[in-house]
Design a protein around this ligand. Structure first.
Ligand code: GP9
Ligand code: MN
Length: 683
């Protein structure tokens, strides 16, 4: 009995404690009513913005952006406690107006661009002007104004509190400091939880800041916007100091360098012809002429390479900007920037770019890509490069059924693009220059069931004891990322084949030069390459390094396998052959310029038919490759590419110096806008 009474007593004490606790929380809320209203209304606005703009299940279930938004609001709100009680409202009101404005602006912006606003766009009045009228017409949509409701509630609560004498209480300086600190500590705890929840991919994307929907979905709208302001200011800060030195170095570089100018048998051969370029997502050279069970991975590419001009040692030179870096280097013969990416941070610089030269030659120039236009900031950057029109996702019919991986499938993309090209021919006439940026063959290559049938195993027919035959399968590359890559590329190749057929049927291959490059490697694991080279069918495993037939595969082999194809092809086989001199994406512009009749005097690459075996291909990390050697600048080591060659110390040092100077001058040309004719005039 005593025990029972004791139990009841304990329960009673706990209940009283709970009530007291509840009372404390209530009191805390009451004492901080204005702050709490501020936090809740701003948080609700952020949640509403995400829900109105990206109504996906993933977004609904995601807590990360809520925590992030809460953290930002709390930090900003905390500083209100530094002010005297009566002045707190004014401070919070200003912050509230700013946060509400962020939501309203982004809501309007999203309607137009299916993306979020960036401070860097403020300097883009010339590009935004054409849609200005439409923005004004749209401004009164109800969903854009719903965020003002939070502000109204906040002001209403303020007046209620004022009436009740909330602001009469006077805090000492000490108390104000203590309260600020308490709120900041609470905010810090929120940020710690948030930071722990982040993956390295999310952090990486946050630093690059270009994949705006992705960032808002994970980091919330407020953190996105403040990071955006910081990232947008960075290029401005970078270009404040050192302009004179940069120009001096730039002028010296072009005075001193060996230009390898002159004509060759390809000069002007394609003058006046239409051009269709394929930016082949993640197409790697290793897939070409590779077969599984007698079936080619890339029959279309193999045919084009055989019938056209095939550059067999062609390297992409990308940095963190991957696809966009290749677009930059291909179009301008400049290297990716040392920090940030040119497409995102330096879109407002002046570029001597391929589409501009074609425009000057009387071509109609266009680009086509079925992803959102803001991906890699293409909407803006394609204008900077001089494309007269960019056909982005908005101009394609994209459904769940016709999508694979990142978005619209290549087959559907090409089918829809043909119609656009036909119209271009009709309305704009010839010649035209157009680039189509493919999408399906993009990492992680996991939409396997949509790629169609292509086995990457090894099939073997064995004769059983009873004399009958049976086909058995060794898994080989099945289930590996590289295996899935081959399946995906097989699909992309098939799509390309269908595209070529359709171009032909519509007479679009007449008088047209077809160019294809792989934009970069597929970022595939080294172990998969080892398996590709060292698979043992007897054991169905990867051979041991001690096996005498084991084929060495080190980091140099890996780098060499990142090679991509470049093919120039015409229906009537005007150019044919294999060009094996080492060449980089940076050499495309001068090589093509020579064929089509234009020349960029500030190209950093060379016409491969002039420089031939003297070419040095530099990578953004300082590594470089020639016909003779692959040099790793981080390790200060190299691998010989020809058995019999002996390399002198001078050769390495000269090329190291060349690589360093090239990267410096390229970076300066972009950061300091050295090609801008207006800057020259200002001098
Ligand atoms: C996106 C596509 C892929 O639109 O071009 O970009 P990547 O991830 O290869 O840089
Ligand atoms: Mn790419």
């Amino acid at each position: 009995m005593k025990k029972k009474i004791g139990k009841w007593k304990n329960k009673f004490i706990l209940a009283i404690k709970d009530i007291k606790k509840e009372h404390k929380i209530k009191k805390a809320f009451k004492n901080n009513a204005l702050f709490v209203t501020f936090v809740l209304t701003c948080l609700l606005n952020a949640i509403l913005l995400r829900f109105f703009t990206m109504p996906t299940l993933e977004n609904y279930l995601s807590f990360k952006p809520i925590i992030a938004d809460l953290g930002v609001i709390m930090v900003l709100g905390s500083f209100a406690y530094l002010f005297k009680n009566k002045n707190r409202f004014s401070y919070l009101l200003v912050v509230h107006i700013i946060l509400t404005a962020i939501c309203v602006i982004n809501s309007i912006y999203y309607t137009f661009y299916t993306s979020f606003a960036s401070a860097s766009m403020l300097s883009l009045a010339q590009f935004i002007a054409p849609v200005g009228d439409a923005v004004v017409e749209n401004v009164l949509q109800l969903k854009d104004l719903v965020y003002l409701l939070g502000l109204v509630v906040f002001i209403f609560v303020h007046f209620r509190l004022k009436k009740k004498g909330y602001y009469k209480k006077i805090d000492t300086k000490q108390e104000r400091k203590k309260k600020t600190l308490q709120k900041l500590i609470a905010s810090a705890c929120i940020f710690i939880v948030f930071t722990i929840s982040l993956s390295s991919l999310e952090v990486g994307r946050f630093i690059k800041q270009w994949n705006r929907e992705y960032i808002v979905m994970r980091f919330g709208i407020y953190l996105y916007q403040f990071n955006d302001i910081f990232v947008s200011l960075q290029p401005k800060i970078n270009s404040i100091f050192g302009y004179d030195q940069a120009r001096k170095n730039f002028e010296e570089y072009f005075e001193e360098r060996e230009a390898y100018d002159g004509t060759n048998k390809y000069t002007d051969i394609f003058k006046g012809k239409n051009v269709i370029v394929i930016h082949g997502e993640s197409i790697q050279d290793i897939a070409l002429n590779r077969t599984f069970n007698g079936k080619e991975v890339t029959p279309t590419l193999n045919r084009l390479a055989k019938e056209g001009l095939f550059f067999s040692n062609y390297y992409s030179e990308v940095s963190v900007g991957t696809s966009s870096d290749t677009e930059l280097t291909f179009n301008t013969s400049l290297m990716p920037t040392k920090s940030g990416t040119a497409f995102v941070s330096y879109f407002d610089r002046y570029y001597n770019a391929i589409p501009k030269y074609f425009t000057d030659l009387g071509y109609y120039t266009f680009s086509m890509h079925a992803n959102t236009a803001d991906f890699w900031n293409r909407r803006i950057m394609h204008q900077s490069l001089g494309y007269q029109k960019f056909y982005s996702k908005e101009t394609y019919k994209v459904t769940k059924e016709n999508s694979i991986g990142l978005g619209l499938s290549d087959k559907s993309f090409y089918e829809q693009s043909i119609e656009k090209i036909k119209k271009i021919k009709e309305t704009e006439g010839e010649p035209f220059y157009g680039i189509l940026i493919s999408l399906t063959n993009h990492t992680p290559f996991s939409d396997v069931e949509k790629y169609g049938e292509f086995d990457v195993d090894i099939k073997e027919t064995i004769t059983k004891e009873d004399g009958t035959q049976e086909e058995i399968s060794h898994p080989y590359m099945e289930g590996t990322k590289l295996g899935n890559y081959f399946k995906s590329l097989h699909y992309a190749d098939e799509a390309l084949g269908e595209f070529l057929d359709a171009l032909d049927e519509n007479g679009l291959l007449e008088n047209t030069v077809f160019i294809l490059y792989g934009d970069h490697d597929g970022r595939l694991p080294k172990n998969d390459y080892i398996r590709l080279n060292n698979y043992d069918t007897k054991t169905d495993t990867v051979k041991d390094e001690s096996d005498p037939t084991y084929k060495e595969y080190n980091s140099y082999h890996y780098e060499l396998d990142r090679k991509v194809p470049l093919i120039i092809w015409t229906k009537d086989k005007e150019v044919q052959g294999v060009v094996s001199n080492t060449m980089g994406m940076i050499d495309a512009m001068p090589t093509l310029g020579n064929m089509f009749g234009f020349k960029n005097p500030y190209a950093l690459g060379h016409d491969i038919f002039n420089i031939k075996d003297k070419n040095v291909v530099v990578f953004p990390n300082g590594n470089w490759i020639t016909n003779k050697v692959y040099y790793n600048s981080q390790k200060g080591e190299y691998m010989l590419l020809k058995d019999e060659e002996v390399i002198s110390k001078d050769y390495i040092e000269e090329n190291n110096e060349y690589a360093e100077k090239l990267l410096d001058v390229s970076n300066d040309m972009i950061v300091f806008d050295l090609l801008n004719p207006k800057k020259e005039e200002q001098k």
